[in-house]
Ligand binder design. Sequence first.
Ligand SMILES: O=C(O)c1cc(C(=O)O)c2c(n1)C(=O)C(=O)c1cc(C(=O)O)[nH]c1-2
Length: 270
Amino acid sequence: MNAHAIETAPSEPRIADDALLTPAQLEARLRAIGAERYHDKHPFHALLHSGRLNRGQVQAWALNRFEYQRCIPLKDAALLARIEDPDLRRIWRQRIVDHDGERAGDGGIARWLHLTDALGLDRDLVESGRGLLPATRFAVQAYIHFVRERSLLEAIASSLTELFAPNIIGQRVAGMLAHYDFVSKPALAYFDSRLHQAPQDAHFALDYVKQHARSREQQDAVCAALRFKCEVLWSMLDALYLAYVGNAPGEDRIDMIPPGAFRPDPEPGA
Ligand SMILES: O=C(O)c1cc(C(=O)O)c2c(n1)C(=O)C(=O)c1cc(C(=O)O)[nH]c1-2
């Protein structure tokens, strides 16, 4: 087995290592990567969506995910700065508007803060970045660096996880509303806008990579960018699981919450 074969998910269609893929084959390969590696498969999400987390654990998720939200416009600004084509820039800049809004209090970041408010987290704590897990910081920074340093094609391809986001958002909203009495529909408003923004963004990026990956090397780089991004998202959930679920603080357990990271209040009756 060569190195490429090891990297390729078993569910991805088998095609000779040097053959140019058709756009449809490239798309099938990208979708197979998502089907195998997207963070909807992570056990932390299964716990979150099925009501098996307590309030403190949900708070830890929302607090750490805010770092991802906060940095998405920084990532998109880094990407935008490298686009020479005004038509492409005009389209891509909408992503920054979606997160920042046209005015204060508007946009995805503000909506995520409504969620952290509704969960009872202190805004200063959330916005300051104090209390983040070290791995959250590292994963998010890795994404920004990837977009800054790799080719424009790979940078655009790394956003393709959004192809798979609508599914998980649907599961999350339904699951959280059904199972947590501390979560309400208005608190989850962030996800309503993502349900139409994510497919638009993802389909644009998918068409772009299908059109612009013109050699097999570029097609492989596009697939590797999507795998990298799946790993960014996966590693954030690994860190949450380790700190707040697998080894929650208690008499017989090892306390895996890193120094300086958010510590939930003790659960009533704990
Ligand atoms: O809730 C999720 O599971 C989820 C996943 C992703 C993703 O797959 O990267 C994004 C988002 N949400 C999201 O809200 C968002 O704004 C976003 C931007 C990007 C990106 O890579 O540019 N991904 C995502």
